[in-house]
Design a binder for this molecule. Sequence first.
Ligand SMILES: C[S@@+](CC[C@H](N)C(=O)[O-])C[C@H]1O[C@@H](n2cnc3c(N)ncnc32)[C@H](O)[C@@H]1O
Length: 229
Amino acid sequence: MRTAVVWDALESVLGGVPRDVVDLGGGTGGFAVRLARSGHRVRVVDPSPDALASLARRAREEDVDVSGLQGDVTDLVDVVGSASADIVLCHGVLEVVDPAEALGRVAEVLRPGGRLSLVVGQRHAAVLGRAMAGHFGQALALLDDQAPIDARTGRRFTAAEITVLLEAAGFVDLDVHAVRVFSDLVPAVLVDQEPGAAAALVELERAVAQRPEYLPLATQLHVVATRGG
Ligand SMILES: C[S@@+](CC[C@H](N)C(=O)[O-])C[C@H]1O[C@@H](n2cnc3c(N)ncnc32)[C@H](O)[C@@H]1O
């Protein structure tokens, strides 16, 4: 349910033919294994040996090939090679790295015309979340603050900020989607106990994903962008 909107956009980018995919910070392989199952050649680059071990286990269980490579943003080009990918996934990573540097490296490993699938935490939802939890001072501090919230949570971005960063790294044709507009606000019990509620919630999330007025309410932004020539 939390990734339905991301998968919708990703599947239209993949276009039904096998692609060379690099999943930067792909972790335990939630996206990578499913992509490999659909016939894509997937390399996951992640600094965490534990995550890579879980990825290998998951791939074995699903009987698919995913190459797990230990590395991070800084050595991404050395690890996978420049201009070696049709698609790079960078989901939940930009928050904890230098975003401009990371996007520069991602652009280098993409072939010209290659596509980036980027998921980042969205700041206005984080402000709202802190206010609703009674942490008004934290909410106030977060309003305009582009610095990391803390080492674990990292940064949050607005749609305008992520657009500037992507364009500076040479990406074009940006398509921004709102992800998890309602899912994190609705009590789980309402979704779990009411028959059909989960499917209805996904339908609602899909209905607002492309409406710009919902971007500031989204927990995450999903951006599909093309590496410019
Ligand atoms: C929030 S998880 C996201 C995992 C996965 N992409 C997903 O969407 O489910 C962040 C991942 O980024 C990885 N990571 C942390 N620092 C990194 C860095 N400097 N370069 C690349 N990946 C990093 C972590 O090991 C972790 O697997």
